[in-house]
Design a binder for this molecule. Structure first.
Ligand code: ADP
Ligand code: ZN
Length: 701
């Protein structure tokens, strides 16, 4: 009898790299059963095709399935299919990474397959079994140019001594821009290597950090891996193996590298720890800085969080004495902090011949800077030529067919583009609605800013060159590198770009930084908006005057009295600004004084999305009510400690053709929040609907 035979055979439980919560059982033969373990990779029949799958436990006798859900199905043994192939019997996930993945899965309520595919991307196992070495270009190391690490100044030395005297904690290294945090990182990394340990350095953006990579290679004199999202499959495979085998002992990477297979970690550095790009915003929504701290605990290593403007979350942990704090208050050497000036656009005379709002005074300073042979950076947080096209006859604007925003004009590429979903279409010749032909581009973007500034500047100083740095440029690594190197070696004098690409650059000849319009930063409907604006503007300002000549920063705005601007011009008020922010968060019980989770429902039909969100909201409210009664004495679920907000339309109500409704849960503690998320999960299962859970969402709106 087949059924009886099966009972003597073995099965493994696997998860597939897809956003599903369930695991699946497959038969294995005795040989396979003996070698397969947690973290092995197999190929299995799945749906109508096949799929790679991660084994999540050792093989077990089929008899053990008897008590499971599966065994309730009629004829269940016949449904048990054998695996097709063992792709890797060796576990592809290090034990400590496995622990981290389990933690992250439970904390973020993420599908197991999604988590494991970040830890061990399925691209690693696709195609040829051995990576084609020819195609990948080996990293070149200039080890001739060895040099000793810089001698630390007093503040740097104190930070270094504090950390090394009591290694294995979490440290906030709070240092103003240009104070030499990187030099401290290097000395700490050297220390970890000397102890036979390895080092992981997380950075917000890697395409723009060749300088950092070089500094680490030169400083540490060992190969330094670079881990980013656009690595070619072959290259990633090679790097994965080199990390796994211990060949690479230092890795610089973006957020997903917190799962990198590095053994014997001695030190994790999270540079610019406050940066929002550490939060993954789709599929598996994790926060890499927070996971770095968890990984540090698991591996028993030191974790250093570096920033000039630490997040309120991290500051709060310092106050609670969970993290220690080291400070660097001065810029290194003779370089001093830049002078920041607010330009009130509502009163200052403006230059008429430029699309973006631009004060005459700002232009004059730009001219003066270039005349002195110095360089300038000009930031505007919008790509493209213009924000939108408007019909002068009927007022209609050109909107994205899939999202609730207008399309931006990109003249160079001769198209209209959606900055949310990437949709593009030809620039229309007439209005869709009234057939009028007077379509006028409104607002400015980095593309028009580059043209306008170059025109104005060459009139004033012939031969002035402007380069642009934004996402549109980033599509090609060479184009980006050309722009950066032309600015670095002084062929061009002005760099125009979006704020987000400013991270980590050290251009000593830049003495003027212009923020064209700060307002978009704090007009964002999010409780973290002021904090963010302050962080971004500080970082942007930090690009000025990093060399011998002191720097100036001009921040243009229609809202000069905003607290985030006030604090920039009066740095002695930083402590007060932070205290005010903290107080406001405490009163409204927002993080770091509570935990948030957002549950999102997305549907093609708006009414359906709304109806489902309401039904889910009701289920959650009912559950909380019932549990408040039960638990009144312990008050875990009192209405004061857990709150359900919404459902309400998402800030961007429609994206990629889907209407979005959000329910936000606010809770004083993490555990009731997670109980409630489990209730949401059950609701979704029984309604057979998909919900998108985001624990610790980076923004509300
Ligand atoms: P941060 O990371 O804090 O913004 P950096 O580490 O980039 O600052 O340092 C700013 C500049 O000062 C860099 O050019 C760096 O080489 C220099 N610097 C910092 N510390 C030292 C040191 N101890 N010795 C020599 N140069 C240093
Ligand atoms: Zn769109």
């Amino acid at each position: 009898m087949a059924g009886i035979d099966l009972f003597h055979r073995f099965f493994v439980d696997v998860v597939v790299p897809r956003p599903v919560y369930s695991s699946y059982s497959y038969l294995v033969d005795d040989n396979q059963g003996a070698v397969l373990k947690r973290g092995s990779v197999v190929r299995v029949p799945f749906g109508r095709g096949t799929s790679l799958a991660y084994v999540i436990d050792d093989a077990k006798p089929v008899a053990e399935l008897e008590s499971t859900e599966l065994a309730k199905l009629a004829n269940w043994q016949a449904k048990l299919k054998p695996i097709l192939e063992v792709v890797s019997a060796e576990s592809v996930v290090l034990p400590e990474v496995w622990k981290l993945a389990v933690w992250a899965r439970d904390y973020y309520f993420a599908p197991w397959g999604d988590v494991l595919s970040v830890a061990a991307p399925s691209a690693l196992f696709k195609g040829t079994k051995s990576p084609r070495k020819k195609k990948t270009k080996p990293v070149e190391y200039d080890l001739q140019n060895r040099h000793e690490l810089s001698k630390l100044n007093d503040e740097q030395r104190t930070a270094y001594d504090t950390i090394t005297a009591d290694w294995g904690k979490v440290t906030l290294l709070e240092g103003v821009t240009g104070s030499g945090k990187t030099e401290v990182y290097l000395s700490l990394a050297r220390k970890a290597l000397d102890q036979g340990k390895t080092v992981l350095i997380l950075v917000p953006e890697i395409a723009l950090t060749p300088q950092l990579h070089e500094r680490f290679i030169r400083g540490l004199q060992v190969p330094v891996g670079l881990w980013h999202s656009v690595l070619a499959d072959g290259e990633r495979k090679r790097q994965f193996q080199q990390l796994f085998s211990g060949e690479i002992r230092v890795l610089i990477g973006v957020r997903s590298s917190v799962f990198a297979p590095i053994r014997d970690l001695g030190l994790i550095i999270v540079d610019e720890e406050h940066d929002t790009t550490y939060k993954q915003e789709d599929r598996f929504r994790y926060h890499s800085r927070d996971l770095a701290v968890v990984r540090g605990k698991i591996s028993g290593c030191e974790v250093v969080l570096g920033s000039a403007t630490p997040s309120l979350e991290t500051r709060q942990r310092v106050i609670e004495k969970k993290y220690r704090r080291c400070v660097l208050t001065k810029r290194f050497g003779e370089s001093v902090m830049p002078i920041i000036d607010i330009v009130d656009l509502s009163v200052e005379p403006r230059v008429e011949t430029i699309r973006a709002p631009f004060a005459e005074r700002t232009l004059q300073e730009l001219i003066d800077t270039i005349k002195r042979g110095e360089q300038a950076m000009v930031f505007l947080n919008r790509r493209g030529f213009a924000a939108f096209l408007i019909c002068e006859d009927c007022g209609e604007t050109t909107n994205c067919p899939h999202c609730s925003i207008s399309l931006a004009v990109h003249f160079r590429a001769k198209e209209m583009r959606c900055h949310l979903c990437g949709h593009s279409e030809a620039i229309p010749s007439h209005c869709e609605k009234c057939r009028g032909v007077s379509l006028s581009p409104e607002g400015a973007g980095t593309e028009s800013l580059e043209d306008d500034i170059e025109k104005l500047m060459t009139e004033a100083i012939p031969g002035t060159k402007v380069v642009r740095l934004d996402r549109d440029q980033m599509t090609s690594a060479t184009r980006l590198e050309t722009a950066l190197s032309s600015f670095r070696n002084g062929e061009s004098q002005i760099l125009v770009g979006t704020q987000m690409l400013v991270k980590g650059h050290d251009f000593p000849n830049v003495t003027l930084v212009v923020v064209v319009l700060a307002d978009s930063l704090f007009r964002f409907p999010d409780f973290r908006a002021a904090e963010r604006a302050y962080q971004i503007l500080t970082q942007v300002s930090g690009r000025a005057g990093r060399g011998k000549t002191s720097g100036r920063v001009l921040i243009q705005t229609f809202c000069p009295e905003h607290p985030a601007l006030e604090v920039l011009t009066h740095p002695e008020g930083v402590a007060q600004f932070i205290a005010d922010e903290q107080e406001a968060r405490q009163i409204l019980s927002y993080p770091p004084f509570s935990r948030l989770a957002r549950i999102r429902i997305e549907k093609v039909e708006k009414a359906e999305a709304e109806k489902l969100a309401e039904s889910l909201g009701d289920a959650l409210t009912r559950w909380v009510k019932n549990n408040v009664v039960e638990q009144e004495t312990t008050a875990i679920f009192s209405s004061r400690t857990i709150e359900i907000l919404g459902p309400s339309e998402a800030f961007i109500e429609r994206l990629k053709g889907l209407y979005r409704f959000d329910i936000t849960i606010k809770s004083a503690e993490i555990s009731p929040l997670q109980k409630l998320l489990r209730v949401a999960g059950q609701w979704a299962d029984s309604a057979q609907e998909t919900i998108i859970i985001d624990v610790d969402p980076s923004g509300l709106g």
